[in-house]
Design a protein around this ligand. Sequence first.
Ligand code: FES
Length: 149
Amino acid sequence: MKRREFLNTSSKIFCACATGAGLSLLQSCSKNVVSSPIEDGQSEELEIDLNSDGFTPLLLNGGSVVTDGNVISSQGLILLRFSNTVKAFRNNCTHSGYDLMPFSNGVSVCTSGHGGRFNTNGQAISSPATGSLREYVTQLDQTLLIIYK
Ligand code: FES
């Protein structure tokens, strides 16, 4: 059995929708998520309904959102719809830890202005960022996304 804690916070996340024409949309949204500490106390999971406010960009391939801190990552997550999966990365640039922008046209840009950028595998593609973003295991069942720590 899992003990579930319902979070019903109105916190800011950033969303982006990418289209073939390269348009992106950046907006402020609110979120409803459920966090579930797993009984062994060593892992946690975060459940997100992609139909909930602020997460609907993830219903479309290429859609991306950035969340506030949560049980998976205190720095927040950058989420990317990628075919039938949703990838989840820690929102923490590998250079100096600044936040990242949602993916647009397959690239996430660091907000620092230093020039760091990451591809859809979380790998740095321009300096001064190096290495890869931490990626978390996810599971997508219809519109229910579960992220595991
Ligand atoms: S903190 Fe991201 S490139 Fe410097």
